[in-house]
Structure formats: structure tokens, C-alpha cells
Design a protein around this ligand. Structure first.
Ligand SMILES: [Zn+2]
Length: 342
């Protein structure tokens, strides 16, 4: 198997087009055409993880956070980013990052893992992105039926929003059937693979739609099965998410029913979390002044960046091992959390 085989599968689930503008997800070192031996999965591709990969003969590191965010100008090893890049290149190790593109996916994303661990129900994306597209496919009449069937099967499996078979179109090389199909942009890779698998006689357009997509976006909001007192809920978070410390705003003495979550630095979602009617917003990296923004309506619970994203490693491992059952993808044994509490 090649590195690009794993990447193309991961990007079917979390397409690069979903990453935020500041992000740098993707293949950072290495070559997509390398044969992949074993992979190691981590949140941060630190030097310790790189050493772990070398010791275990893994030539692919799949990390949540990109080790390189901005352009590097020197490679003399004066900081950990340069040292990791130099060492990875010297040892023929590929580093691949799957970051905000994975955060922004609803069904298999970082936030849905947090929601599952807290038992949230009726979950939905807090801030849906624009993210629906329409495929218009022209195909020879002879394969229209099987294309229709594949699309129907696909829409059942992928949560894509059905298809519309709108009869015949005529093109220069004879009569063709036209099949229209609407899908979440997160499924674009799968849609293109499926269409292309029907051969070269097919032509298609993929057109962005203006509707918002409930399957893609930032944060998540859901309901607890039963309302619970605020202190008791903080204890649940601490236990379920192994939070060493929870920094929170003043409790309101009201039960908690609705909960907003955002893995990683989520302060940019405070207004949307409040507007959603959430009683508690679980995220990380709140600054002093931002805690004031909660006002009285909602409790902010900052449980730590690493803590909110810890399930991501397991999530990636599940995604990869379900698809490539004979391939060894290990979760790192290194705790890369750079924050310690006294
Ligand atoms: Zn993060």
C-alpha cells in the first residue's frame, strides 16, 4: 500500500477543502508514492513521537496538528519544528496532518467523539458551513441505470441528500442520460471516485450550492438525557474526559440540559454557543477577558486543549483500521500534552 492510498481515504472523510484558512493540513514531509510500512497516530508530531516512529519502523506519522503552520526560512535545528522536519526527512518519514478538516466533519469528527463520551443526544453542528454541492452527470444511456443504482446506494450510506434522475440530455456524441445528485461537500472525493469508476464516457460538473450544510461546520450542540446540576456535570466532564483542571465561569445555579462542545481552541464560537441556548460550553484555550463574555447565560468550561482532543487519536485509528484491516496503525504511546498542572 502507498501513502497516497491512506491519504485519499482519509480525505474522503475529511476533504482538505474543509480546512480553515490558517491551517496547513496535508502531507508535510514525505512522498505520496512511498510504500507505507506502518503508521503511528498522534495529536502532535513532536520529536518524541518521531523517535517512537523510528524505533517502531513506522514511516508514516498521522498527526492532528500540523507541525508546520507558517513558512520556514531556515533549517538549522534551532527550534523543535525545524528539528522534527530535518529528522523526518533524514529518516524518510512522512508526516501527514488532518486538522480543521477533521474538526469540521460532523459524523466522524472530533466533536462527535466528545458528544458520545458525554452521552449527548439530538446533536447538531453549532455553526454549519456552506457546503453542499450538486453533481450533474451526463452518461451513455447504457450505464445510466447502474449509475443511478450506485448513487442511490451511496446516498443511503453517506448521508448524501438523495438524487434526482432527470431524464435525457443530448450531447454532441449522441444521446446521453443526465443524472443530478446533491451531496455534502465532505463527500466530494467519494462522489468523484464513484463517477470516475464508470469510465471516460462520462462528463460531469460539480457546482457549489448556497444552502448551508448540516453535516459540516464548527462545534456541536446536543442535549443530556436528563438535566443535571452544574457541579455534578463538571464532575462528569472531569471523569469522562480525564480533565485535570476545569477553568470555568461562575455557576448559575440552574440545571444543565443543553451542552455545546468544540475540541481545541473554541473561544471563537462563544456567541454561537450562547445563541444556541447551551447551558455549558466545553472547549479550551479561553483567555482571561474572554471568560467575561459568557455573561450570565452560560457556563464556559475550559478543560484543556489536549483533553478536548484526546479522542482524535482513537478516532483516526478506528477510521484507518476499519478500512485497512491488515495495516498496522498504532496510537502513539507518547503523551504530547505540553501543559502540566502543579
Ligand atoms: Zn487542537
Amino acid at each position: 500500500m502507498l501513502i497516497k492510498d491512506i491519504i485519499s481515504y482519509l480525505e474522503e472523510i475529511a476533504p482538505p477543502s474543509l480546512q480553515e484558512s490558517y491551517d496547513n493540513a496535508g502531507l508535510i514531509t514525505g512522498n505520496p508514492n512511498w510504500k507505507v510500512k506502518k503508521a503511528i497516530i498522534c495529536l502532535d508530531s513532536t520529536e518524541a513521537v518521531l523517535d517512537e516512529a523510528i524505533a517502531n519502523k513506522c514511516n508514516l506519522i498521522i498527526a492532528h496538528h500540523p507541525i508546520v503552520f507558517k513558512g520556514l526560512k531556515r533549517f538549522n535545528g534551532s527550534n523543535y519544528v525545524e528539528r522534527v522536519i530535518i529528522k523526518a526527512i533524514k529518516n524518510d518519514i512522512a508526516i501527514y496532518a488532518i486538522h480543521t478538516n477533521l474538526d469540521n466533519v460532523f459524523a466522524n469528527g472530533v466533536n462527535s467523539m466528545i458528544a458520545k463520551s458525554l452521552g449527548l443526544t439530538n446533536t447538531k453542528i453549532l455553526v454549519p458551513k456552506l457546503g453542499l454541492e450538486r453533481a450533474i452527470v451526463y452518461c451513455p444511456l447504457g450505464i445510466a441505470d447502474s449509475l443511478k443504482k450506485s448513487l442511490l446506494k451511496f446516498s443511503n450510506l453517506s448521508g448524501a441528500q438523495g438524487y434526482d434522475y432527470s431524464g435525457l440530455g443530448i450531447s454532441t456524441d449522441g444521446p446521453k442520460a443526465r443524472v443530478d445528485f446533491q451531496y455534502p461537500v465532505s463527500q466530494r472525493g467519494r462522489v468523484e471516485n464513484l463517477i470516475n469508476s464508470f469510465g471516460k464516457e462520462i462528463s460531469y460538473d460539480l457546482i457549489p450550492l448556497s444552502n448551508k450544510n448540516s453535516e459540516v461546520g464548527a462545534g456541536l450542540v446536543g442535549l443530556l438525557k436528563k438535566p443535571i446540576a452544574e457541579r455534578a456535570f463538571l464532575a462528569v466532564i472531569q471523569k469522562k474526559m480525564s480533565a485535570q483542571v476545569i477553568r470555568h465561569t461562575k455557576l448559575r445555579n440552574r440545571p444543565v440540559k443543553k451542552v455545546a462542545v468544540c475540541g481545541g481552541s473554541g473561544s471563537f464560537l462563544i456567541n454561537q454557543a450562547k445563541a444556541s441556548g447551551a447551558d455549558v460550553f466545553i472547549t479550551a484555550d479561553f483567555k482571561y477577558h474572554e471568560f467575561f463574555d459568557a455573561e450570565k447565560g452560560m457556563v464556559i468550561a475550559d478543560i484543556g486543549h489536549y483533553e478536548t482532543e484526546q479522542y482524535t487519536i482513537e478516532l483516526l485509528q478506528q477510521i484507518i483500521s476499519e478500512k485497512f484491516s491488515n495495516f498496522a496503525a498504532y496510537c502513539t504511546g507518547v503523551n504530547t500534552n505540553p501543559v502540566y498542572y502543579f
